[in-house]
Design a protein around this ligand. Structure first.
Ligand SMILES: [Zn+2]
Length: 456
């Protein structure tokens, strides 16, 4: 994937020193190869290095339930996308949610394998992802032998496995999501100052409760020694800012992030007043001072079916106007934004044309399907050229990096083949060097450049 293998089309500059123009018939193959070879800096995942604990240790019952690094076949099969899908074909009368959650991870994986892979064909995108991953790891997909996959994973060393997966996925660096209001995770940062030292991973400070439920967040901050009250007076604002600064420093975070519900509005009604005040007075000033972007993932309606746990969230239409307003009102801040609803994608791409401090990214969760990635990426190129970030993996299980990037690269390349083909038809023949430059921006540079001084 990451070899710099030279072929006859590669960097053979014309005799006069000008970059060699690529004949149209070679263009498609060249673009596919460039996209395959370009390492990606994955902007948003839920992955962790082994220092955060490795639950998988070969035997389903021998696990540290609180470990955060998820990897291996049982984690792949029990990904919440697949938990939702298995309840399409098994009724809660046959298997009540509580019974499913009481099963061991291995029993859950057996159940999903039987119902989604053996008793019907695994043609959904999430199922197909498991197959791509196994195949790229060199396992025999045709055998359908789950136990042989388990044996293989049990023999791997977690840290070496990270290297292998990053190499196969063509990922140069993984961005974590570090939830400071999660007790399990916060404790790990406090107990071990070096927990985040793995250079393959960068940290992101995630603090949803600050914006989603200020009274409860304030109570927690007070418990952690910050002199804050419900009321957002000057003292509380300064103490809450200090909390954000302290955790940016502790984690060496490269940006800060929240996930917001579809009905979230900036300066919305009374019930949303606190959220906007916290954003305006606490979060954005600290990020401007640190020259650091603020990422907003908007559109997930939490737990419409709580029985499914992580799989129980729903999509809803979000408000692009709120994002545009933030970009206009806070020119000293930079915003990374993705939305969950397909219906929001066009308006969000148009908003990005209006504001240089808005970087749109990724095809998130329910729009991370081939047909929609193709549609969304095509539209973004048409509206924004190369000035957006086409994809992030959102991987929760390490091995998913392989399929998420494999599938997305294929789709991104397909769009670029058409778009370079269109300009080539006018006589503007792109050179290999120009294509490499553009693909580098899409997969790596746009994100890195947008991070600013805060990430240095
Ligand atoms: Zn995520």
């Amino acid at each position: 994937m990451l070899t710099t293998e030279k072929t006859k089309t590669n960097s053979s500059a014309a005799r006069d020193g000008a970059p060699r123009k690529v004949p149209q018939q070679e263009l498609a193959e060249l673009i596919r190869r460039v996209v395959r070879e370009q390492p990606v800096r994955d902007l948003h995942t839920h992955l962790y290095p082994p220092t955060f604990g490795t639950p998988f240790s070969g035997s389903a019952r021998d696990r540290d339930a609180s470990g955060l690094m998820l990897w291996g076949i049982d984690e792949l099969l029990t990904y919440h996308y697949l938990v939702s899908e298995v309840y399409r074909v098994v009724t809660t009368r046959q298997l009540p949610y509580e019974s499913f959650w009481r099963m061991t991870k291995r029993e859950q994986a057996d159940h999903i394998w039987k119902n989604l892979f053996l008793e019907r064909s695994p043609i959904s995108e999430a199922c197909r992802g498991v197959l791509t991953t196994l195949e790229r790891l060199g396992l025999d997909v045709e055998s359908r032998d789950l136990d042989s996959y388990r044996r293989w994973f049990a023999e791997q060393d977690p840290s070496e496995h990270i290297d292998r997966v990053m190499q196969l996925g063509g990922v140069s660096r993984i961005t974590m999501t570090n939830a400071v209001f999660d007790d399990n995770e916060r404790r790990r940062w406090l107990d071990n100052a070096r927990v985040g030292d793995d250079s393959r991973f960068a940290a992101v400070l995630r603090f949803d409760p600050l914006l989603r439920n200020w009274p409860s967040a304030a109570e927690q901050l007070a418990g952690w020694g910050y002199a804050v009250s419900d009321e957002l007076n000057d003292k509380t604002v300064e103490q809450a800012r200090q909390f954000v600064r302290d955790w940016i420093d502790r984690m060496r975070a490269i940006y800060c992030a929240v996930s917001l519900p579809p009905d979230w509005r900036y300066e919305g009604g009374d019930d949303q007043r606190l959220s906007s005040v916290v954003l305006r007075k606490i979060v954005l000033p600290v990020l401007a001072e640190r020259d650091m972007p603020f990422a907003m993932m908007i559109g997930s309606k939490l737990r419409v079916n709580p029985g499914l746990r992580d799989g129980g969230d729903m999509v809803g239409l979000a408000d692009v106007a709120s994002v545009a307003r933030l970009c206009a009102d806070f020119p000293a801040n930079r915003f990374l934004c993705t939305m969950l609803a397909r219906e929001n994608q066009h308006e969000l791409a148009v908003a990005a044309r209006k504001f240089g401090n808005l970087m749109i990214f990724g095809c998130w969760w329910f729009v991370n399907n081939p047909s929609l990635i193709d549609e969304i990426t095509r539209m973004r190129v048409e509206l924004l050229g190369t000035s957006f970030i086409p994809q992030h993996s959102d991987a929760r299980v390490l091995d998913q990096l392989i399929y998420k990037w494999d599938h997305s690269r294929e789709l991104i390349a397909r769009v670029l083949v058409d778009k370079y083909g269109d300009i080539a038809a006018s006589g503007w023949q792109p050179s290999e060097q120009e294509i490499r430059r553009d693909v580098q921006l899409l997969m790596h540079g746009n994100f890195e450049n947008f991070l600013g001084a805060g990430a240095k």
